[in-house]
Structures are given as C-alpha cells and as structure tokens.
Design a protein around this ligand. Structure first.
Ligand code: SAM
Ligand code: SF4
Length: 474
C-alpha cells in the first residue's frame, strides 16, 4: 500500500509534464555522412512527416543526430495552428542563431505549416533561415539543401493535389519499437473558420490503400504491436484504384489493417463528427484489435458558435454521435475531444453550453485551447476576435477543471477491473515500473517484474490519478 501511495505521488508530478515539448529524431551511425538534426513541433502528423524527411535525407547521404551542436543541417518542422506555436519556434531560432554565428556554414531550414503560411516572408523576417519547405515539398529538400550550400536562399512551398509520400518508407528513429504512426491522408477540405490547416496543408488526398496495408505488414514483421492511422479527418478517407475497380472507404481500410495481424493493435486519429459513420463503429466492434477509443473534437457545445466555426454539425448531431458510440461500442469506449474557449463573440451562456456538452459526453480526455486568431482564416477576415484574453483563459480553465474531474471519474471506473495493456517501456518517473496503454488509450503503470516492452499483460487496476491508472499484473 505504501508503495502505491508513493507511486501515486510520483505520477501526480508526471501528470504535470507537458506533452507539448518539441521532439527530436535520435542519433544514427554517421561514418562519412553529413549530419542532420530535426526538431518537430505540433501534432503527430508533423512528427510522422519528420520521419519521411529523415528518409529522403538518408538517401541524400545524411544521418540524423540528436544534438544540434553536431549538425551540418538543422530543420525545424513547425506548427502554425496557434500563435504561441509560432512564437515558440521563433524563440528557438534565436537560440540557434548563437550556434550559426559560431559555425557560419551551418544550414537552417524551416519545414511544415509555419513555413507554408509565411513562405518567403520567413526569409525576410528571420535572416538566419536558409531553407523554407512546405509540407508537400519534402522530396525536394535535398535539392534545396544543395542550393543553400551555394549560399543562396532556397524555397519550395508548392502545395500538391496528389502528394501522399506513399512510396517513401519513414525512418522510425526515436521509436519505442512498439507503436508507430501511419499517415493515411494529407490536407483538409473542411474549412473550419478558425483553422489554418487547409491553407498550410492544402487539399485533402488519400493515400493508396495497398501502400498503407503494406506499411502495417512491414511494421508488424519488424515487431511493432500498434499502429495509429493518421489524418486530419480520417473518416473522409476515400481511395480509388486508377482503373476505378477498387474503392476503399475508411471503415474498409480499418478492416484491412486490422486483418494484418490480430496482435497488431489499430488506432486512428482524428475523427470529424460530421463524417464518422456507423460502418466505422461496427468495424471497431467487430475486431478486438481495433482499440475502443475515439478522438472526436467538438470545439464548442453551442449551435451559434458551431455555425460561426463552420463545423457543419450542431450540438444535437454531435450528441447523437456520442449516443451511437456508446450504443455500438459500450459505455467503456474511450472518447476524447478538442475544445476552443473564447471564439469570436462567444457569450457566457454559450460557454456554459460547452461545459454542459462535456458533462453529457463524459469524455475521458481533452485537448483544450484558448482561441488564437490566425491571419488569413475566414474567422480572421469576418469576425472580431472580441473576447478579452483574460475571459478566454478563465473559460479555458473552467473547461480544463471540468475535464480533470471527468477524467478522474472515468479512470475510477476501471478500478478493480483487469485491463489488457501493451507495454511501451519504463514509466517516465521510475525504472521500477513499466507503462503502457489499455484499449481506451489510458496510460497504465505497474511494477516491472520480468516483463518487457512490446508484450501484452493483464493488469488489475488498484488506483488512479486523472491521467494514469495504476495496478499490478495478474
Ligand atoms: N482536424 C482535426 C479536427 O478537425 O478536429 C484537428 C486539427 S487541429 C491540428 C487540432 C486542434 O487545434 C483543433 O481541433 C482545434 O481545437 C485547435 N485549433 C485549431 N485552430 C485553432 C485556433 N485558431 N485557436 C485555437 N485552437 C485551434
Ligand atoms: Fe482544421 Fe477543421 Fe480541417 Fe480540423 S477539420 S484540420 S479543425 S479545418
């Protein structure tokens, strides 16, 4: 019992660790090669893209390093979703400038969404940047590096209607060897009024279903035990073979990946409430290895705000989707959300609608943000960003507090029950414990015994925090 109490206090500390830190690709053997350092900001999609960039650069004679000081080329794979994401990158550039002054031949490249949003303007604003490459220009990066090596600035921000990088095998560099992301589509056609993604990642396109299944097979053969299918809006995945004889929707793709190996878990993210179908939910129910967890961003619980946001569903539609999930997949199915506080003209009552929607949905987890106006988006052009910052933050804090209570409550449901956990590695705070996730994507921590990462174990849950389940193997 004492041990459990001690572990819980460790975990409470660990819960506070931000999941928002940039991620760095790890060290590779690099005899006779130039060295590339990549730092990724923002969403899983960006991290997955960095693995594609590393693969392209490997073919051009580069090996990755985990230390910026050792690099010949530094790439920051950037995010533009909120202003603070961009400020973080600008601050990082200031630090890197010190390095560049010491080592003038060092090349610095900006990749991803911020590069696409600002284009060549970035080169004027940030004089130390040599290369700017948007999300569809990664095949061109070796050429851009060559150009920059001659002392010129190099830019490619062309957005494609076809590029899916289907034929490029990502280099899974700082992988735990257990879980991996597979990008299944790129871009977004949804035009939510607050969002910069359609402008930075271009039109929606789905990747060849066969190349996705092949990638899952290769990962399974290499010992991976879980894949997450990634896209801005996975439920609108739609691929047709060139001769038109084969059409694959998301439910069918999910089934094909689930059939690769019953021991390979399948997750996916993100679902859009307007597109998730009963067919997807029944496919999830049919296969034990498709995890019972759905990330279903709501953004607001109020009809007027949802309309201004151009989310194309209303509160009743969203509630009906939650009801379908619970009816088909049961009460235990994990559901998480994204929510924005203080969108243009949001009133106190409308904010209350967000809180009441959360209470209805009983979410397990949430990603919660204060509205940040993004230049060029429909909201920035049409509506005043008129909710004062302190009000946005106060509402955000109310949303976070409610989510914390609900997460705790949802986690408590598991106490006394046995969970099947896929071990991902040592617990963050203690080598004496291992951690992994259950079906609903909840982190579970337990004493390590003789178990190893990549194994499935049954864990009896004995306690929990709002973020973590704690137990012992049975
Ligand atoms: N495609 C996903 C969807 O529609 O749910 C999410 C994509 S976006 C990368 C992740 C989240 O960032 C959004 O769901 C939204 O909550 C948040 N977000 C996007 N633009 C924002 C903005 N301008 N201000 C605050 N949060 C924003
Ligand atoms: Fe942005 Fe909306 Fe597309 Fe999500 S669905 S990426 S929020 S435009």
């Amino acid at each position: 019992m004492e041990r459990i109490t001690e572990t819980l206090s460790i975990l409470t500390e660990a819960d506070k660790v931000s999941a928002d830190e940039p991620r760095v690709l790890e060290e590779e053997l690099a005899v006779g090669k130039k060295r590339l350092y990549i730092e990724s900001y923002g969403c899983q999609m960006n991290f997955s893209d960095s693995e594609i960039v590393a693969s392209v650069m490997r073919n051009a004679g580069f090996a990755t390093t985990a230390t910026a000081d050792d690099a010949d080329v530094i790439f920051l794979n950037t995010c533009a979703i909120r202003d603070n994401a961009e400020q973080k990158v600008r601050n990082r550039l200031k630090q890197l400038n010190v390095l560049k002054k010491r080592k003038p031949e060092l090349l610095v490249g900006m990749l991803g969404c911020m590069a696409e949003r600002l284009k060549a303007k970035l080169l004027e604003e940030e004089k130390m940047v040599d290369i700017v490459a948007g999300p569809d220009a990664y095949r061109d990066i070796p050429k851009l590096v060559e150009e920059a090596e001659t002392g010129q600035k190099a830019v490619n921000v062309f957005l494609s209607r076809e590029e899916t990088y289907a034929d490029i095998s990502p280099i899974r560099l700082n992988s735990n060897g257990v879980t991996a992301f597979i990008s299944i589509m790129r871009g977004c056609d949804n035009m939510c009024s607050f969002c910069v993604v359609p402008y930075t990642r271009g039109r929606e396109r789905s990747r060849d279903a066969h190349s996705i299944v092949r990638e899952a097979q290769e990962l399974s053969a290499a010992g991976y035990k879980e894949v997450t299918l990634l896209g801005q809006n996975v439920d609108s995945y739609k691929w047709a073979s060139e001769d038109g004889t084969e059409n694959v929707n998301f439910a069918q793709l999910l089934e094909r990946v689930a059939l690769v190996d019953p021991d390979l878990r399948v997750r996916f993210s993100t679902s859009h409430p307007k597109d998730i179908t009963d067919e997807v939910l029944y496919t999830m129910a049919k296969y034990d290895n498709i995890c019972k967890y759905i990330h279903l961003p709501a953004q607001s619980g109020n009809d007027r705000i949802l309309k201004l946001m151009n989310r194309t569903y209303d509160r009743a539609w969203y509630i009906q989707k939650i009801d379908r999930i619970r009816a088909i997949l049961g009460e235990d199915c994990g559901i998480s959300h994204d929510m924005i506080s203080g969108f243009c003209s949001e009133t106190e009552e409308e904010h209350q609608d967000t809180l009441s929607l959360m209470e209805y949905a009983r979410y397990d987890y949430g990603y919660m943000f204060a509205y940040s106006e993004r230049p060029g988006t429909p909201a920035a052009r049409k509506y005043a960003d008129d909710v004062p910052n302190d009000v946005k933050i106060r509402r955000l804090n109310e949303i976070i507090a409610l989510q914390r209570n609900m997460s705790l409550e949802r986690n408590q449901r598991h106490i006394g029950k046995i969970q099947r956990v896929l071990i991902e590695g040592p617990s963050k705070r203690s080598d004496e414990f291992l951690s992994g996730r259950n079906d609903q994507n909840k982190m579970v921590v337990f004493p390590k015994g003789n178990y190893q990462k990549g194994q499935y174990v049954n864990v009896l849950v004995t306690d929990c925090t709002a973020a973590t389940l704690l137990g012992t193997t049975v």
